[in-house]
Design a protein around this ligand. Structure first.
Ligand code: SER
Length: 370
């Protein structure tokens, strides 16, 4: 496979879908503008919900984006493994009542095999257990043999998050090789070890879920796909985890340089290095989008992330205020795509520095009292 940098994967994806007549839109803010069920934008489709439900008219029926996302179901566990982080970018192509399963599957396969040039033997797909239409397309139109198509249940292959548009989905998996496997005889697509990883979720959005969990068919079916950019880059770079992907690794390396620690030598140290690397990415993008540390809602999430990163800095033996320096690395890595980071650079650094200082004062006062 050809090595590809994270920024290059993003560009290839967006321009591929532009060539399929999609409108490229800039990432929306992390702050949901209309959706009351969400604290933070957590997927590419979340800011587009009004287009899916027909509440608003999209600028074009075919759209492609790279959306900044934050998922914080369990902040205290983030960083404990190399798989989980809070910040990620999600690539997506969307159809608002335009194309449906056939095109989504055709282009999904074309992108993976022709643009990313992933070898055929590494690719697998899953479908929702009774979605015979998806099976027919993968099997007869694309020509995948039965043993490459897995029927999985609602938990894996029915996509919904909060209220709004949802539906059955089909996922594309990549086999990263035996070295990432659990070794069990049953290890295959759907196993939760690191060997077969899901990189792209093609959702066939057909229903709207309301507050009472009623599923009503939408007036027109849509397509919502989501590919984790860091994950895809990890595959293209044959990196062991998302923390070793080029742009993320440069932040991680800086944390190592500041603390004088080496990544990969001690589990506890690694956790602290990962927590700082991941959390500072969330923090930078949240502050950039106008969230300020506080004791409630989004501001509280931001405060917790920032303080966790600061605390792990102390565990690594970093004595001085340091988070704004790490933040600069994030800005440098991502500002080609997110020009707003550069525009608000000084502001972002100032907010981070002042919150870290406040946190330090609180700790020092506490220690004084003790
Ligand atoms: N909404 C789906 C997901 O987040 C695909 O975009 O996985």
């Amino acid at each position: 496979m050809k090595y590809m940098g994270l920024n290059e994967v993003r560009e290839k994806y967006l321009s591929f879908f532009e060539s399929k007549d999609h409108l490229r839109m800039h990432s929306f803010s992390l702050i949901p503008q209309v959706d009351k069920s969400l604290l933070l934008i957590n997927s590419g489709m979340a800011p587009l919900k009004p287009y899916f439900t027909g509440q608003e008219t999209p600028p074009k029926k075919r759209v492609t984006t790279c959306q900044k996302c934050i998922r914080t179901p369990d902040i205290d566990n983030a960083g404990k493994t190399a798989r989980h982080g809070t910040f990620f970018e999600m690539l997506g192509n969307f159809s608002f009542g335009d194309y449906f399963k056939k095109e989504a599957i055709t282009w999904g396969w074309e992108f993976m095999t022709k643009v990313m040039e992933i070898p055929y033997e590494k690719l697998y797909v899953s479908i929702y257990e009774n979605d015979d239409e998806a099976h027919e397309l993968w099997h007869n139109m694309i020509g995948l043999p039965e043993e490459k198509i897995f029927r999985l249940g609602k938990e894996d292959n029915f996509w919904e998050i909060g209220t709004g548009p949802c539906g059955p989905c089909s996922e594309i998996y990549i086999d990263r090789g035996e070295q990432y496997g659990c070794g069990k005889a049953t290890c295959t697509v759907g196993c939760d070890c690191d060997r077969y990883i899901e990189v792209w979720n093609l959702v066939f959005t057909q229903f709207n879920r309301d507050e009472e969990s009623n599923y009503t068919p939408l007036d027109f079916p849509n397509i919502d796909t989501g590919m984790g950019l860091e994950r895809m880059a990890m595959v293209m770079q044959e990196a062991a985890s998302i923390f070793e992907v080029d742009t993320v690794k440069s932040v991680l390396d800086y944390v190592c340089a500041l603390s004088g620690k080496q990544y990969g030598t001690d589990e506890k140290t690694d956790i602290s290095i990962r927590v700082i690397t991941d959390h500072i990415r969330s923090v930078v993008f949240m502050v950039c989008d106008g969230i300020i540390p506080s004791n409630e809602g989004r501001g509280y999430v931001l405060r917790r992330l920032l303080r966790r990163a600061a605390r792990h800095g102390k565990l690594l033996g970093i004595e001085q205020i340091f988070l704004a320096h790490v933040a600069e690395k994030v800005i440098n890595q991502s500002s080609d795509e997110y020009a707003e980071l550069n525009e608000k650079r000084d502001y972002i650094l100032r907010i981070i520095k002042s919150e870290e200082e406040k946190f330090n004062e609180t700790i020092n006062q506490g220690l004084g009292k003790l």
